[in-house]
Design a protein around this ligand. Structure first.
Ligand code: FAD
Length: 368
């Protein structure tokens, strides 16, 4: 082996909540920080995507339903739903509490097979190269915002923003804003923008609102029931209300009570001054705000040639079916039920580490 790399048993790529949850279980399994496992994270600071979301974002679940394994998220001082900053603070404290070996800022450029590395995967970054027995990819979706293609996009003279670029209602005050998307992001941004801007909400399908009493807690309980059924070999009860349905957080309820939560069908194309609605009429706009979601950030895995036409990697549990040295945690339900949620990622992280430990043939005796 050439000496241009450092040996490590498990390299975790990504240090948001998913990477930290994996790190927690690797530590519990007795792997040594640094040589046994390490976390490579592209950010300057801890907190993953939560440090980049718009300032007013609050979770749709209370702290006890938004916790990573081992250490519950602290309550908010006034009992309100946690803010994004509360999550960032929690993740930073979590990382410090368990002395996680996180290297920052380290963006992994490529994970490759390398015949010279005796069965290990090569993990390349500008800050160094590692030869890992196992790679856990936990890079999330934030850096891959998705905007669908519509005719006339290049003609529109106003601004087109993805929700990742939105910095608060004051930045769009007084403007004519078309909010696109039928999920929680669109509903929450509409709920704060209609107060200061002239908003139109457009969705591909009629939005689905959860009953007022159903918050993130109920959704997670349903997910847990679904997981139990599947684990017991019972038929999949299916999502009865999915995480994509709109949770009636206080601001969204207030918008509904003011009669604002009315969506129009999606426009057919953009024009210089706005969009052509389904009824053929032009709706003028200064801004199109795309709340149209994300795709998994898997560019660093491209050399492994594992992605299907849908851009995803087929997994069994968390392990890539065509590369047993690679696990995926986070991202979305396709990588494990509720894997892209604070409370759901722990179970997926534990499953990944159990599988890794079994693969290594080592015992998973917990550290005190
Ligand atoms: P991220 O937080 O994105 O972390 C990934 C990390 O990997 C980042 O630090 C990134 O810089 C790093 N990275 C990426 N590529 C590389 C690379 N090549 N090399 C090294 N590092 C890399 N969940 C809930 O449970 N409750 C909620 O209320 C909730 N609300 C949400 C609201 C919004 C608007 C969004 C977008 C998501 C919400 N989620 C919620 C879902 C989910 O919890 C978050 O998306 C969460 O950030 C996902 O965590 P993650 O660790 O998988 O990814």
């Amino acid at each position: 082996m050439s000496a241009d790399h450092t040996l490590v048993d498990v390299a975790v790529v990504g240090g948001g909540q998913a990477g930290l949850a994996v790190s927690y279980y690797l530590r519990r399994a007795g792997l040594a920080p640094g040589t046994g496992y390490l976390v490579l994270d592209a950010e300057e600071r801890g907190g993953g995507a939560w440090q980049h979301v718009w300032p007013s974002l609050t979770l749709f679940s209370p702290p006890d339903y938004s916790s990573l394994p081992g250490w519950p998220m602290p309550l908010t001082p006034d009992g309100s739903l946690p803010s994004a900053q509360h999550v960032v603070d929690y993740l930073a404290a979590y990382e410090a509490r368990y002395e996680m070996p996180v290297r920052r800022p380290v963006r992994v450029r490529a994970v490759t097979r390398d015949d010279e590395l005796a069965g290990r995967l090569r993990v390349d970054s500008a800050a160094g190269t590692w030869a890992a027995r196992v790679v856990v990819s936990a890079t999330g979706t934030w850096r891959r915002p998705f905007v669908p293609r519509y005719p006339g996009m290049e003609l529109f003279a106003g601004r087109q923003l993805h929700s990742t670029e939105y910095r608060g209602p004051e930045t769009l005050a007084g403007q004519r804003v078309i909010i696109v998307g039928g999920g929680n992001t669109a509903a929450q941004l509409l709920a704060e923008l209609f107060l200061v801007a002239r908003t139109t909400w457009m969705t591909l399908h009629p939005p689905r609102f959860l009953p007022d009493e159903v918050d993130g807690r109920v959704l997670f309980q349903r997910t847990a029931a679904r997981r139990r059924a599947l684990a017991a070999g019972q038929p999949d009860p299916g999502p009865t209300g999915s995480l994509g349905d709109i949770v009636m957080v206080p601001s969204v309820r207030a918008a509904r009570d003011r009669g604002v939560l009315t969506a129009r069908p999606m426009f057919t194309r953009l024009t210089r001054h706005g969009v052509i609605a389904e009824d053929g009429q032009e709706v003028e706009a200064d801004v199109i705000l795309w709340c149209t979601g994300f795709r998994p950030d898997l560019a660093h895995l491209a050399p492994l040639g594992l992605r299907g036409p849908d851009g995803r990697i087929t997994v069994n549990g968390t392990m890539a079916v065509r590369e047993s040295r690679l696990h995926l945690v986070g991202y979305g339900d396709w990588a494990g039920l509720a894997s892209a949620t604070l409370i759901g990622v722990g179970l997926n992280a534990r499953a990944a580490v159990d599988a890794i430990v079994a693969q290594r043939g080592a015992s998973a005796s917990p550290r005190p």
